[in-house]
Design a protein around this ligand. Structure first.
Ligand code: NAD
Ligand code: UDP
Length: 338
């Protein structure tokens, strides 16, 4: 009804128009959505170890309590079963928003739920951030660049994404999440951060998530053929999870909004990756070729100049070293001896 709406006075802002978040207290209260997943569990571990008060929320779709079992019982760690598609009210100072299936097998399993999680989950967490005046960080993805026509990809590149394909629920979901994040920043002067994560690997990747590094390592360890999709000439750049966590925390605690690419610029074809895995994990492993999936990006490599300039950040762990570190964890979970 015209006239029914009474305009509210503006919220207090700093000179640059951004709502000042509460000063970082001795014990920072941090919410990690998707904290029981692969990346989330490493992030929770890092934050708990540095003394933050960490709340992890997760619906355990692809994550598990085992991933954070070593944190349960610590006085500064809590875990709540919750689906981010529903709102939640918590008193926190920072929100790392990771909740979303990330591997193609998982996000294609229920694509409507995937895009719903990306859009509504992000909206709910932005709403929470606004209400409690927390700083919000979105974990976006290199998938926003689609099958890129610019190589390597800088943050200024707008992408080449199929809006109606099998990967769209994830790619377009994350693009919409970025859009929402920026609109909350512009409309509500919320302090936000966006990181675009490139392919990441390491311990605690789900054994069955179908991503290339976990597939290849598990196959090599169990003497199954390493399955290269297509002709294996497509490229990806793989970063070890510890490098990602350091980059994400630097962005959250820093003063720049982003978006920031976080990835390792070392670029490998899938066939080269298979050969490295064979060399590091099992020289006897056979390599076989299988049909590729639809809309598979042909190449991907981050330009990380922005992270280097802003934080002096760059990845430290080389692929062969990272694979070695992953093998011990996979051996234990696959019950492979020696
Ligand atoms: P993951 O599947 O291991 O973790 C995702 C976590 O979110 C899981 O614990 C899952 O149970 C939880 N989750 C999913 N839907 C949820 C919902 N509706 N409510 C609450 N929890 C929910 O994947 P990951 O690799 O750890 O990815 C974490 C984040 O990083 C994702 O947002 C992903 O898009 C992003 N990312 C990861 C990579 C990568 O290579 N690992 C690359 C780019 C972006
Ligand atoms: N891939 C492969 N063998 C596998 C799994 C994946 O060759 O067993 C290929 C896949 O076709 C893609 C690349 O590896 O070209 C990366 O796939 P992943 O699912 O890990 O991540 P994303 O496609 O999201 O980058």
């Amino acid at each position: 009804r015209p006239g029914a709406f009474t305009p509210q006075p503006p919220r207090p802002t700093s000179r640059d128009g951004v709502i000042k978040t509460k000063p970082r207290v001795e014990r920072n209260r941090v919410l990690v959505t998707g904290g029981a997943g692969f990346v989330g569990s490493h992030l929770c571990e890092y934050l708990v170890n540095r003394g933050d008060q960490v709340i992890c929320i997760d619906n355990f779709f692809t994550g598990s309590k085992e991933n954070v079992a070593h944190l349960i019982g610590k006085p500064n760690f809590e875990i709540i079963r919750h689906d981010v598609v529903q709102p939640i009210l918590l008193e926190v100072d920072q929100i790392y928003h990771l909740a979303c299936p990330a591997s193609p097998i998982h996000y294609k399993y229920n694509p409507i739920k995937t895009i719903k999680t990306s859009f509504m989950g992000t909206m709910n967490m932005l709403g929470l951030a606004r209400r409690v005046r927390a700083r919000f960080l979105l974990t976006s993805t290199s998938e926003v660049y689609g099958d890129p026509l610019e190589h390597p990809q800088t943050e200024g590149y707008w992408g080449n994404v199929n809006p109606i394909g099998e990967r769209s629920c994830y790619d377009e979901g994350k693009r919409a999440a970025e859009c929402l994040t920026m609109d909350y920043h512009r409309e509500h002067a919320l302090e936000v951060r966006i990181v675009r994560i490139f392919n990441t690997y390491g311990p605690r990747m789900a054994l069955d998530d179908g991503r290339v590094v976990s597939n290849f390592v598990a196959q090599a360890l169990t003497n199954q053929p390493i399955t290269v999709y297509g002709d294996g000439s497509q490229t990806r750049s793989f970063q070890y999870v510890d490098d990602l966590i350091k980059g994400m925390v630097a962005v959250m605690d820093g003063e720049q909004l982003g978006p920031f690419n976080i990835g390792n610029p070392g670029e490998f074809t899938m066939l080269e990756l298979a050969e490295v895995v064979r060399e590091v994990v099992n020289p006897k492993a056979e390599i076989v070729f299988r049909p590729n999936t639809a809309d598979d990006p042909s190449r991907r490599k981050p330009d990380i100049s922005k992270m280097r300039t802003a934080f002096g950040w760059e990845p430290r762990v080389k692929l062969r070293d990272g694979l070695q570190r992953m093998v011990a964890d996979f051996k234990a979970r696959l019950h492979v001896d020696a």
